[in-house]
Design a protein around this ligand. Sequence first.
Ligand code: GCO
Length: 475
Amino acid sequence: MVPTGFTLGVATAAFQIEGALDEDGRGPAGWDVFAAKPGTIVDGHSPAVACDHYHRMPQDVALMKELGVDSYRFSLAWPRIQPDGRGAVNRAGLDFYDRLLDELLANEISPMVTLYHWDTPLALDEDGGWLNRDTAYRLGEFAAIAAAAYGDRVARWVTINEPATVTTNGYALGLHSPGKADFANGLPTVHHQLLGHGLALQALRAAKVPGEIGMTNVYSPVVPNSGNPLDWISAGAMDVAQNRLYADPVLTGKYPDLIRAAKLFSSFEHPDEDMAVISQPLDFYGLNYYMPTRVAAGGGDSPVPAAMAEAMGDDLRDATPGAPLHIEPWPDTETTAYGWPVKPEYMAVALKEMAERYPKLPPVIITEGGASFVDVKVRDKSANRTFIPDERRLRYLSDHLGTALRATAPGGEAEAIDLRGYYVWSFMDNFEWSGGYKQPFGLVHVDFETQVRTPKASFYWFQELQEERKLAASA
Ligand code: GCO
């Protein structure tokens, strides 16, 4: 059973769906420039049009209405509202989200708004982006603008989305905007994003918005590849680098010891007052769960773990000479189009670990979960319609949601968690960052040539779930 009051929703992000990058006074984002560079996006795909949602918003909301979702999570494009990331506000940009909010409410869909989902205004990136402490204050200012404009209509706010991905992909590996591949100096971007979260939260509270306020971290349980102690050490370090580094400050007011011991940690300002701002109470904690991570020591050639180990400092390097750690494939495991392991049972592990680590955890909302699989269109001539039998996505979603509900029900391994909702990533296929249009996550198929939307089998499954509020027995 889906508990009463549990939110079933779908999620998107502005840069991944809107297009219209040069319209109605939108300023450039760092991502516009990054994506235009050769070699950054699969097959040179461009985000310029994406799902053309900026022009098709009413039809998209109508489709959401047909889907029957309780809630829609979307993000505000910061450069649309504040083209330079500071100072002047662009009325036409504000208007777009005004219309979207009104459209949602008219269709009885509850809006969840993400303030920051990675499309930093270019002017801020040119001043150092998240390496610059000032960007945190700019996000606080942006939050105040959003609160004044939309505070009356937003049910739930997410201040920032997945700071871990911004730091790792954007500043350590150069896979995302702003394209910096310098892990050794990436740590300040963690602190500045978390401070930005805290300042945004403060601004929303100061504006007395009636909606609930939270932030979103991705969480991936880390498992050592073997009983070898070096694998365990590596897994522990990875867990810190990818999970605890972002969750501990918010939920406990303290960075993990491993991080505090790193030389880098003393290279930037992080006074106690910051920690108080970062760890202010939340109305909910947003968790994105996609997959677990399997880690082994040494011998790897993946740049990810080597760079992470560098950031971790000498302890880890000494413990695991050579390439210090690497990500292992899971044996006998189905993978998505991205190569991500499909492990629904780790959804429960993620929730259990969160409950154990953070006794003061507020209610949790799974703000994203989903899978990319290549879809095939089937023409049903007799009914004169196209059908997309995305059974694997449907199963992924139903297994993960089912696991989350069971784990947090009375008697479940994470029963201490008050789970309030699950948002499918994503409502429709979209611009999957460096994966371009090659990683479809949608319940709705988008033909990027024609912009025709076609609901997939998973759409109809989710529609039925909304009506019945009950998962099939097998799930
Ligand atoms: C994320 C992102 C999404 C991605 C999704 C699939 O938070 O990582 O919110 O933008 O598209 O996770 O990779």
